[in-house]
Design a protein around this ligand. Structure first.
Ligand SMILES: NC(=O)c1ccc[n+]([C@@H]2O[C@H](COP(=O)([O-])OP(=O)(O)OC[C@H]3O[C@@H](n4cnc5c(N)ncnc54)[C@H](O)[C@@H]3O)[C@@H](O)[C@H]2O)c1
Length: 258
């Protein structure tokens, strides 16, 4: 069995997930990544994590696919014999922003299958594996952390399917927090605001303008490191009497202002 704690981070080939993987590697975790992107296309992002001396297991897989989800958990168990932390980060925006009155079922299914359904069933599989490991791993303190969004509670009528999926993630946090508390598996949620990644660089002009006009109390973009630091804090076991807890990493966006 692996001596170091092991974190599985979905969608960590790039963007926020990659920042989280790097931070947890620096914190002393070994890392498993599940992502649809081909290793050869993102290998530089993986090498940066390996430079911390962490072992990185890169697993090509799609969270919408049951076989793929089960394969990932079985590969991690084969390699490390344990999973200590699951970070549910993989997610997509709609391919095209479309007004709610024209949203297509195809776009709804694409976003919901990845962001909500895939995440729900991967969490179920990993949670069952974590329950099996209780009593077998020394000092085992498993945790699940969901990456939701400011869109969990904010309406954007040109990407309603994304908002619905993230509101669903916030309920998923509550449900699993409630169900897994008896096993000592705490569940947390991070709600990023406007974070500079490949997902948002296509709308950079729009958000540059909104930030300059005062949308956020803290007048800057967020970066993957901002999210990674919050995940790192949750993994430090300083919140053991809290579960279902949510932290906004959004430059203060969630504050209602007059
Ligand atoms: N960037 C932001 O401003 C922002 C704000 C709020 C929430 N978020 C959330 O943060 C998370 C990461 O976003 P990001 O900005 O880094 O985006 P990103 O597009 O840069 O990264 C997403 C990663 O998920 C992977 N992925 C997509 N579909 C997958 C699937 N079916 N199976 C496995 N992996 C898959 C992608 O290949 C990619 O590596 C997402 O859940 C997103 O909704 C981002």
């Amino acid at each position: 069995m692996n001596q170091k704690r092991v974190a599985l981070i979905t969608g960590a080939a790039r963007g926020i997930g990659n920042g989280i993987a790097l931070k947890l590697a620096k914190d002393g975790f070994d890392i498993a990544i599940m992502d649809v992107l081909k290793y050869d296309d993102i290998k530089d992002n993986i090498k940066i994590i390996e430079e911390t001396k962490a072992t990185v297991l890169y697993l090509n897989g799609n969270i919408t696919d049951k076989e793929s989800r089960e394969q990932v958990v079985s590969d991690i168990m084969k390699k490390f014999g344990r999973i200590d932390v699951l970070v549910n980060n993989a997610g997509v925006a709609p391919k095209v922003r479309t007004d709610l009155l024209q949203m297509t079922e195809e776009s709804y299914n694409f976003v919901m299958d990845i962001n909500l359904k895939g995440t729900l069933f991967l969490t179920q599989t990993v949670a069952n594996q974590m329950i099996e490991l209780i009593g077998k791993v020394d000092n085992y303190r498993p945790k699940i952390i969901n990456i939701a969004s400011m869109s969990s509670y904010t309406s954007s009528t040109s990407r309603g399917e994304y908002c619905i999926s993230k509101a669903g993630i916030s309920m998923l946090t509550k449900l699993f927090a409630d169900r897994l508390a008896e096993y000592g598996i705490n569940v947390y949620e991070v709600r990023p605001g406007i974070i500079f990644t490949p997902m948002t660089e296509v709308v950079k002009g729009k958000y540059d303008k909104l930030i300059a006009e005062g949308l956020l109390p803290i007048k800057r973009w967020g970066y993957p490191e901002d999210i990674a630091n919050a995940i790192s804090a949750f993994c430090m076991d300083l919140f053991s009497y809290s579960t279902g807890e949510v932290i906004n990493i959004d430059g203060g966006f969630h504050i209602q202002r007059l």
